[in-house]
Design a protein around this ligand. Structure first.
Ligand SMILES: CCCC/C=C/CC(=O)SCCNC(=O)CCNC(=O)[C@H](O)C(C)(C)COP(=O)(O)OP(=O)(O)OC[C@H]1O[C@@H](n2cnc3c(N)ncnc32)[C@H](O)[C@@H]1OP(=O)(O)O
Length: 292
C-alpha cells in the first residue's frame, strides 16, 4: 500500500524507480541509489547501510520520506539482508526533522498527504523486521530524533555540537502522541515529561545518561561501532528476535494504526491555524536570519 502510493508519488515527481542507479561499486557490491537515500551493502554479510542524502540538512520532505520507506521495504523483501545501519551523508547533521516548508502555506490535501507519509515512515521503521542501528553522525532534532529512537540501537558521535531531542514546543508545536510514546518507551515517563515540555535538545553525554542513546563514541568510529553492534544482534535467530520485538512494540504502533485517520485530521486542524502558521514562518525566518 505504502509502496504503491510511494511509487505513484515518485513517478509524479519524476523519479524513475525502474532505473534507479543500480551501479557496481569497486568491490563489486551492488549499490542502490535514489536521489535522497543511498543504500550500500556493507562488508558485514547481510547488512546494508542507508545514508540520508537530502542536503543541506536531511529534512524529511515528502519525497525523502517516500524514498526512505521504499528503500526499507526493498531491503525487507530481499532475504539477503537482516540488518540496516541508518546514517547521514550530510556532514554534521543526521536529520533536521520534518521539513518545515511541507507544513507551511500549503492546503489541507497536502497536509494530509504529508502527515500520512510521516506516519507510514514511523510505522515502517518502528516495526521493521530488520535489525536497525542508528549511527548518529550529526545533530538530530524532532523528526530526526524520532527516526533514531525508533531503531533498535543508537550510537552517537561524541561531538558536543550534536544535539538530540524532541524540541517541538520550541517551535510552538504540540508533539504527536506517538512521538511521545516512542520517547517514553526509551527514556521513561519522568525524563520525557521534562524533555518534551521544555523541548530539550541534549548533547551526547546527557543523551547517554538519559538512555536516549546506547553508546557515545568518537566521531570517526560511529559507523564501525554500529556495524560491530550489528554482529551481536545478528547472532540471535531472526524469528525469535522479530517476535520479541513485535511483542514489545506492537501496542505502541497499534495505538497509531487505530487512530491514524483521526491523527491526520488533528494534524490538519492544528497546522492550519493562523497562529501555528505564523510561528512556523517566524521559526523558518529566524533560521535564515542567523546566517547574516
Ligand atoms: C502537530 C504538529 C507536530 C509536528 C511535528 C514536528 C516535528 C519536527 O520535526 S519539526 C522540525 C524541527 N526541526 C528543527 O527545529 C531543526 C531546525 N533546523 C536547525 O536547527 C538547523 O537548521 C540545524 C541545526 C539542523 C542545522 O544548522 P546549520 O547552521 O547547519 O544550517 P541552517 O543554515 O540552519 O539551515 C540550512 C538551510 O536548511 C533550512 N532548514 C533547516 N532545518 C529545516 C527544516 N526542518 N525544514 C526545512 N528547512 C530547514 C534552513 O532554513 C536553511 O535554509 P536556507 O539555506 O534557505 O536559508
Amino acid at each position: 500500500m505504502a509502496l504503491a502510493a510511494g511509487r505513484a508519488m515518485l513517478m509524479r515527481s519524476g523519479v524513475r524507480l525502474g532505473t534507479q542507479a543500480a551501479a557496481r561499486g569497486g568491490n563489486g557490491a551492488r549499490r542502490f541509489m535514489n536521489h535522497r537515500v543511498v543504500v550500500e551493502p556493507n562488508t558485514v554479510p547481510g547488512v546494508a547501510v542507508i545514508k540520508f542524502k537530502n542536503p543541506p540538512v536531511n529534512s524529511l520532505t515528502l519525497e525523502f520520506l517516500t524514498e526512505f520507506v521504499i528503500c526499507l521495504e526493498k531491503l525487507e523483501n530481499d532475504k539477503t539482508f537482516r540488518g540496516v545501519v541508518l546514517t547521514s551523508d550530510c556532514p554534521g547533521i543526521f536529520s533536521a526533522g520534518l521539513d518545515l516548508r511541507e507544513m507551511c502555506g500549503k492546503n489541507p490535501a497536502h497536509y494530509a498527504e504529508y502527515w500520512r507519509a510521516v506516519q507510514e515512515m514511523w510505522l515502517k521503521v518502528y516495526l521493521s523486521n530488520l535489525v536497525l542501528v542508528a549511527a548518529i553522525n550529526g545533530t538530530s532534532p524532532a523528526g530526526g530524533c524520532l527516526i533514531a529512537l525508533s531503531c533498535d540501537y543508537r550510537v552517537l558521535a561524541d561531538n558536543p555540537r550534536y544535539r538530540m531531542g524532541l524540541n517541538e514546543t520550541l517551535l510552538g508545536l504540540v508533539v504527536p502522541f506517538w512521538f511521545k510514546d516512542t520517547l517514553v518507551n526509551t527514556i521513561g515517563h519522568r525524563a520525557s515529561e521534562r524533555a518534551l515540555q521544555l523541548g530539550l535538545l541534549f548533547p551526547p553525554a546527557e543523551a547517554l545518561q538519559l538512555g536516549m542513546v546506547d553508546q557515545v563514541v568518537p566521531e570517526d568510529q560511529v559507523q564501525s561501532t554500529a556495524l560491530s553492534v550489528m554482529t551481536q544482534w545478528l547472532a540471535i535467530p531472526d524469528h525469535v528476535r522479530q517476535l520479541t520485538k513485535n511483542m514489545i512494540r506492537k501496542a505502541t504502533a497499534d495505538h497509531l494504526i487505530k487512530h491514524q485517520e483521526a491523527d491526520i485530521q488533528n494534524f490538519i486542524n492544528f497546522i492550519s491555524r493562523d497562529s501555528i502558521q505564523k510561528s512556523l514562518q517566524v521559526y523558518l525566518e529566524n533560521l535564515k536570519q542567523k546566517k547574516h
